[in-house]
Design a protein around this ligand. Structure first.
Ligand SMILES: *[C@@H]1O[C@H](CO)[C@@H](O)[C@H](O)[C@H]1NC(C)=O
Ligand SMILES: *[C@@H]1O[C@H](CO)[C@@H](O)[C@H](O)[C@H]1NC(C)=O
Length: 210
């Protein structure tokens, strides 16, 4: 009993020390602009339990694209309850041969392999790659800011979730950064050393101009 009481006070102390928030939650008001701390809060008096649940991950995202990748997101913009709480999650569906292209986020990611398998890896600032095949039930940490990727090299579709310590982790895809905008081809050639024809090919696929 004494021990339990001590644990309780240690827990209380830690909670008080590390929680700086003055509200329990802040369901996003998407009609107002977001800032560095997220969206302003909706009036708690107007909220119901349905504002804290979301069924959008029950169905795969649209995987009819060059990567055979479908993404369903529960970020602040689709699931306003995560606003201000430093958490969000997505569901990724990779067809056979599907790819999550090289990308990074502002924050750390925790991958959980739900079905099938995928080769997943990250590359840190020393350029050292860490990759392996994740199988059903495996989890993997992708440290904040690192480039990472997945490839479904198996014979069945793969399903995984990715949880982030941000309500909006941002998704910064390397190929799209150079080929889905109007950055001039001669500049891209200089800053990447890619072949000009290759850059034109990528721009054709991702809608880039110039
Ligand atoms: C899936 O995406 C493709 C390519 O953008 C589009 O043509 C198709 O209509 C989308 N399907 C659904 C069900 O939204
Ligand atoms: C992908 O699968 C093939 C066939 O099973 C295998 O030979 C190859 O080594 C795999 N690639 C990687 C990177 O694991």
């Amino acid at each position: 009993m004494e021990l339990q009481k001590n644990f309780f006070f240690v827990f209380l102390f830690i909670s008080l020390t590390y929680s700086t928030s003055v509200v329990d939650f802040c369901v996003a008001d998407l009609k107002l602009p977001s800032g560095p701390a997220g969206y302003p809060c909706r009036n708690p008096a107007d909220l119901t339990v349905d504002d804290f649940t979301f069924s959008g991950l029950a169905t795969p995202g649209n995987g009819s694209n060059i990567f055979k990748l479908g993404i369903s997101e529960a970020f602040d913009v689709t699931f306003p309850a995560v606003n201000g709480l430093g958490i969000s999650v997505l569901r990724a569906d990779l067809g056979v041969g599907g790819v999550v292209p090289l990308h990074s986020h502002r924050v750390t990611e925790l991958i959980y392999m739900v079905e099938g398998s995928m080769i997943t890896g990250f590359i840190n600032t020393d350029n050292k790659p860490y990759f392996k095949t994740l199988n059903k039930g495996d989890i993997m940490i992708i440290p904040q800011g690192s480039y990472h990727f997945s490839v479904n090299n198996g014979t069945t579709p793969a399903v995984a979730t990715a949880t982030f310590n941000s309500a909006n982790p941002g998704i910064h895809i390397a190929t799209l950064s150079i080929a889905a905008n109007n950055l001039p081809t001669d500049l891209i050639q200089k800053i990447t050393l890619l072949d000009t024809n290759q850059i034109h090919e990528l721009k054709k696929i991702f809608g880039g101009t110039n």
